[in-house]
Design a protein around this ligand. Structure first.
Ligand code: ZN
Length: 354
């Protein structure tokens, strides 16, 4: 193990993290604890507005803040600008992202650019962006991952999260399980490219994936304990990335495969669903226990085949062939790319296609 003693680290972590039944009610206390007052801007979607956005608004008003709302539909560069304009117009002192992913990403990016704090209020647990400093954004039709600030607080109400469609929670599990291949890729890059490798961040990331795999049998729809477990693992992923100073502990070749699918497939599946299937195949390429990954995803009820993803086989192959070029600077098991016969072989052997 090489220990890098010289590089200074700035780890930005959420300060208040609330996970549990009915914790949304404590949003006023969180604002008081963080000395956040004045004007709040709630970034939410048309569905999540009714699930939690309006309640957040009322709770903030009762806590003495003034709350305005902005409805968003897509996580695009233009929407970030729209949120920023609204924040300037209402003289927002802080932002809240209330939703499953898009609203959180938009609040995260807009608040980062405006140098204002933001609170993450997930209504579903479908990916690790709920607590991380990375945001997914569509720029000119291409989905990219942008660096932003971490939320100052995460308020994850398991009553709300467990009532969301189960598909989201299962996708969240896929995003966490993908840590396994992400860490293997990171180790590979450290050996082959002498890239910095953070043993602590890697261990934390592996542990989150291990917990989900070991508990796969007990992750079930409408169980608040399942929602709690997955949320904690997703928060832990955000922490691992903050410690590493990059998304390396939670994003490797399987994420590149998912990003490639987003680009190629006419109707992509959820991020975490695609990452889960990617993990099965990348684990095979690493020579690891891909069957264990597949079994765990199956038990959880997450997709393990192209058919279950709702994506045609040919797009899976195309994504495998293109994945290495998504982030060329990020060295992974995909190296300089698979050839068509190898791509087909990995997808067939792992039963993703038949
Ligand atoms: Zn992810």
């Amino acid at each position: 193990m090489t220990i890098n003693n010289n590089s200074a680290k700035w780890m930005q972590l959420p300060r208040d993290v609330l996970v549990g039944h009915g914790v949304l009610e404590e949003i006023g206390d969180v604002c008081r604890d963080l000395k956040m007052k004045g004007n709040a801007l709630i970034v939410t979607g048309s569905t999540t507005k009714n699930i939690a956005g309006k309640r957040v608004s009322n709770l903030l008003e009762s806590a003495g803040c003034s709350a305005e709302m902005v409805l968003t539909c897509k996580a695009t560069k233009e929407e970030v600008e729209k949120v920023m304009e609204k924040a300037l117009e209402v003289e927002a002192n802080f932002l809240l992202g209330v939703g499953s992913g898009r609203s959180i990403d938009l609040a995260k990016l807009a608040s980062t650019r405006l140098e204002l704090p933001f609170i993450s209020v997930p209504t579903a647990a479908s990916h690790d962006g709920i607590a991380s400093s990375r945001a997914s954004i569509v720029d000119n039709g291409i989905s990219t991952s942008a660096q932003a600030q971490a939320p100052i607080a995460v308020i994850a109400d398991t009553e709300i999260i467990s009532a969301a469609p189960y598909r989201f929670l299962a996708a969240g599990c896929g995003d966490i399980i993908s840590n396994y291949t992400a860490v293997l890729d990171w180790e590979l890059a450290s050996r082959l490219r002498n890239e910095y490798f953070g043993a602590y961040a890697a261990a934390l990331s592996r542990m989150a994936a291990r917990v989900i795999i070991e508990c796969a049998d007990s992750i079930k729809p409408e169980h608040e304990t399942s929602a709690r477990l997955v949320v904690k693992a997703l928060v832990s992923n955000g922490v691992a990335m903050s410690i590493a100073g990059s998304s390396r502990p939670a994003s490797g070749s399987e994420h590149m495969f998912s990003h490639a699918l987003d680009k190629i497939a006419p109707k992509p599946a959820l991020h975490g669903e695609q990452c889960g299937v990617g993990t099965i195949m990348m684990m095979y390429l690493h020579g690891g226990n891909w069957q264990e990954i597949r079994e765990a995803l199956k038990k959880i009820g997450a997709p393990v085949t192209a058919e279950e993803l709702g994506i045609e086989d040919k797009y899976i192959i195309e994504a495998l062939l293109n994945a290495h070029s998504i982030r060329p600077e990020r060295y992974t098991i995909l190296g300089s790319g698979l050839n068509p016969s190898a791509a087909e072989k990995v997808a067939r052997i792992t039963k993703v296609i038949n």
